[in-house]
Write a protein that binds this ligand. Structure first.
Ligand code: C2E
Ligand code: CA
Ligand code: CA
Length: 603
């Protein structure tokens, strides 16, 4: 109430000040106008008096009062003139003209008069004096009219300005209201957003004690968006929002956390068994297909939950814990549910600690590269693969299989890759300084760093800055979920190929993509995963599979690299089936850069 009152008072004050300013301005203009009209009236009066003085001069010389009176009576035509008298040379009144009392109103009297005196000349001699008095009423009326017109115009302008500013104020208020709303609600589903939920969580934790936070995540949302366009994705999200509204119990709170993540805060919380059956029921309802544009969209929902306050003390911890449980659920498979446990908490703590150490390690330049050569059938080196290595002061050597997934999930992979490119440049410069030419080095790319345009931009900029061209490096990309986007026109793969870089498909056989994809993206190398290579000489199935992979890849004019070649028998079998290159412990383990000169000079 108080701020509103203050607001109204402020506006009133503004209005009074504006009106006072307008009034002062109008009065100033009127004073100027008064002086202009005053001067003009005197001038007009003098002109009229001069004319009359000329006509009465003869009458005065011949002492004809009647003629003089007639001449003065002509002044009757001039409405402002109220009195005139003709004086003789000695100052005595010869004749005069006055308006009748009926013609001179109190207004004329109140307005006052102005008078002029002109000499009456005859033969170059002054024979008398003519005094003419005029009322100032017409002039005041002109000034008044001017003032009224000026005030009217100014008031109309001020009124218009006020109306416009009021409209603007209403619009600003609306924008403010909208931004306040958007800061707390999601526009698509009309549900509270993450920030709002945070507040609700804090309040519920404070007032109700027991509660359960569930995070529900659509398993295949990206696929729906890609296959049926964004309108279908929006329809699904709106349907989920609507279903959640219907499914919530009185007291429960719902929110949309991010693209395909929703939260359900169960107030009061449920015990384990009751919770499991409640979640099963929720998932069954939420995964009902959605009809959009004539298509039935099938949904899968995974969820993670955390019981509060047992497993989280505040909103941030609750969200983190439910998210960790959700990740676990997603690892189990589609439509899964996982309740947060201390073990999950411990895994989360370890992951966060590792994430922290990676960040520190990046700042302190703890990351380096090892290089594993790729050999042909004659055991000549045709290339290297650059593999990240991390030596942490306390942890020691941390395997990439441990830190790369954490770097990918936390987004740190973007910084890590940029740092590793710089390490690669330094190592290659070291070789060059020793006069050694290095065959192309394959750099592993993560899908995480290919997704966002700003990350791609930074990566390309780094390649340019370090002058790492296609003659020095190529890229390896694993088959994975990101593969679905690989053949889109704006795909990063096409950008890199456009710049002349060669591309290898890594870990081939482990992902769910097909050879048909590879044809579309024109990649140069295919790296068959260790899983199929290891022991293939003694396993007819693996042998047949790898052999057919080699044949198809060759038909598509791709170079085949077998990974993880450990056994001489496998090497022989691979050579026999025409595999182009081999990489593995049978030849050489990944080596630090200072061991590369030995390998290159032997070659
Ligand atoms: P990857 O790209 O498949 O790399 C090959 C892995 O196989 C390397 O493991 C290598 O040391 C190992 N290896 C090579 N020959 C043999 C063999 O004969 N037997 C066996 N058992 N293993 C062999 P590493 O260095 O531990 O790297 C693991 C994974 O981490 C890599 O798999 C790659 O996916 C990822 N990674 C490593 N460095 C980077 C990097 O700089 N960036 C990205 N994004 N990922 C990287
Ligand atoms: Ca690789
Ligand atoms: Ca590989």
């Amino acid at each position: 109430m108080k701020p509103q009152f203050a607001d109204a008072f402020d506006r009133l004050r503004e209005l009074v000040v504006a009106l006072a300013a307008l009034l002062v301005f109008a009065l100033l203009l009127s004073v100027l106008q008064y002086w202009r009209l005053h001067d003009r009236q005197l001038e007009d009066l003098r002109t009229q008096a001069d004319i009359v003085a000329q006509t009465v001069s003869a009458a005065l010389v011949f002492d004809s009062r009647s003629d003089a009176g007639e001449s003065l009576a002509a002044l009757q035509q001039s409405p402002s003139i109220v009195h005139a008298r003709l004086l003789k040379g000695d100052g005595a009144v010869f004749t005069q003209f006055s308006r009748t009392a009926a013609e001179v109103t109190w207004l004329h009297e109140a307005a006052g008069t102005v008078s002029v005196q002109v000499p009456v000349m005859a033969d170059g001699r002054r024979v008398g004096m003519l005094v003419v008095e005029a009322s100032r009423l017409p002039m005041w009326m002109d000034v008044g009219q001017f003032l009224a017109a000026t005030m009217g115009t100014l008031l109309a302008t001020a009124g218009l300005a006020w109306w416009l500013s009021k409209r603007l104020r209403v619009q600003i208020k609306e924008v403010e209201r909208r931004t306040r709303y958007l800061a707390r609600f999601d526009a698509l589903t009309d549900l509270p957003n993450r920030e709002h939920l945070r507040g609700l969580l804090e309040r519920v934790l404070h007032h109700h004690g027991r509660t359960t936070l569930l995070i529900l995540d659509l398993d295949d949302f990206k696929r729906i968006n890609d296959q049926h366009r964004h309108a279908a994705g929006d329809a699904v999200l709106q349907a989920i929002g609507q279903r959640l509204r219907l499914l919530r119990r009185p007291g429960d709170q719902i929110a949309r956390l991010s693209a395909d993540e929703f939260a359900l805060l169960l107030v009061p919380g449920l015990e384990d068994e009751a919770l499991r059956s409640h979640v099963a029921q929720l998932q069954a309802e939420l995964t009902q297909p959605v009809l959009h544009d004539g298509h039935w969209l099938h949904l899968h929902v995974s969820s993670g939950g955390v019981s509060l306050p047992e497993h989280a003390r505040d909103a941030s911890e609750a969200l983190r814990s439910a998210d960790a449980a959700l990740r676990h659920a997603k690892q189990i498979g589609k439509d899964s549910f996982q309740l947060f446990t201390p073990q999950i908490g411990e895994a989360l703590r370890l992951r966060l600690a590792l994430e922290h150490d990676i960040r520190e390690g990046l700042a302190q330049g703890q990351f380096c590269l090892a290089y594993q050569p790729q050999y042909d059938a004659a055991r000549r080196i045709h290339g290297f693969e650059a593999l990240a290595r991390w030596h942490h002061p306390q942890r020691g050597w941390v395997p990439p299989a441990e830190f790369i997934p954490v770097a990918e999930n936390s987004g740190l992979i973007v910084e890590l890759s940029l740092a590793l490119l710089a390490v690669l440049r330094r190592d290659l410069d070291g070789l060059r300084a020793r006069g050694l030419a290095c065959p192309p080095v394959a750099v592993n790319l993560s899908w995480e760093q290919c997704r966002k345009p700003q990350h791609r931009e930074r990566f390309l900029q780094q390649l340019k800055t370090l002058q790492l061209g296609p003659d020095e490096i190529e890229f390896e990309l694993t088959e994975s979920a990101g593969f679905e986007d690989i053949d889109k026109p704006d795909s990063f793969v096409f950008t890199l190929q456009g710049l002349g870089y060669n591309l290898a498909i890594d870990d081939f056989g482990t992902g769910y993509s097909s050879l048909a994809y590879l044809r579309r993206i024109r990649c140069r190398k295919l790296k068959i995963d260790r899983l199929f290579v290891h022991g293939l000489s003694g396993n007819a199935d693996s042998h047949m599979l790898v052999e057919s992979m080699v044949r198809v890849a060759h038909a598509m004019r791709m170079v085949v690299v077998a990974e993880g070649v450990e056994l001489p028998a496998d090497e022989a079998a691979l050579i026999a089936m025409g595999c182009d290159l081999m990489q593995g412990f049978a030849f050489c383990r990944p080596v630090p850069p200072d061991e590369m000169p030995g390998l290159l000079s032997v070659d």
